[in-house]
Ligand binder design. Structure first.
Ligand code: AKG
Ligand code: FE2
Length: 135
């Protein structure tokens, strides 16, 4: 998936993602973590505000994660109108209970969202699904 979808090329050609730092180390993305999580949110479900920690892959314990990659399996596209209402991934500028700006990203079927983990992670949440289900 890392190569065949063009993700590798996209990540390595963008100066924002072609390297990342964990502590004092400057690292270069080499692939996707083998451990994926599949979420299904139904009406009124949410994933409260949090920061993503630097992930480790048990199959490759020496590698340190730099980014979280979310892939939306629901949400509207022009060809496929969806019944999902709400369920944005919302990023916040600032700290829990004291944020200054809210940046909601509405799910689009098949869309990927890459964001930083660890010290560079923005406060974010999976906002409440108001109608339908979000995968
Ligand atoms: O479901 C979402 O929109 C956010 C999920 C998330 O923040 C996470 O898996 O860490
Ligand atoms: Fe998260």
């Amino acid at each position: 998936m890392w190569v065949s979808t063009g993700l590798k090329e996209l990540v390595l050609s963008n100066p924002e993602t072609s390297t990342y730092t964990v502590g004092r180390q400057t690292l270069r993305p080499v692939g996707l973590n083998t451990q994926w999580r599949l979420y299904r949110y139904t009406e009124s479900n949410r994933f409260g505000p949090h920061y993503d920690q630097t992930a480790r892959d048990p199959s490759h314990p020496t590698y340190l994660g730099g980014f979280t990659f979310l892939l939306y399996l629901s949400g509207s596209t022009p060809e496929n109108p969806s019944t999902l209402i709400g369920g944005e991934t919302t990023f916040y500028k600032g700290k829990i209970g004291k944020f200054t700006q809210e940046m909601p990203v509405a799910p689009v079927l098949g869309m990927g969202l890459l964001h930083a983990q660890g010290d560079r992670c923005l406060l974010h949440e999976g906002s409440t699904v108001k109608k339908g289900s979000k995968w």
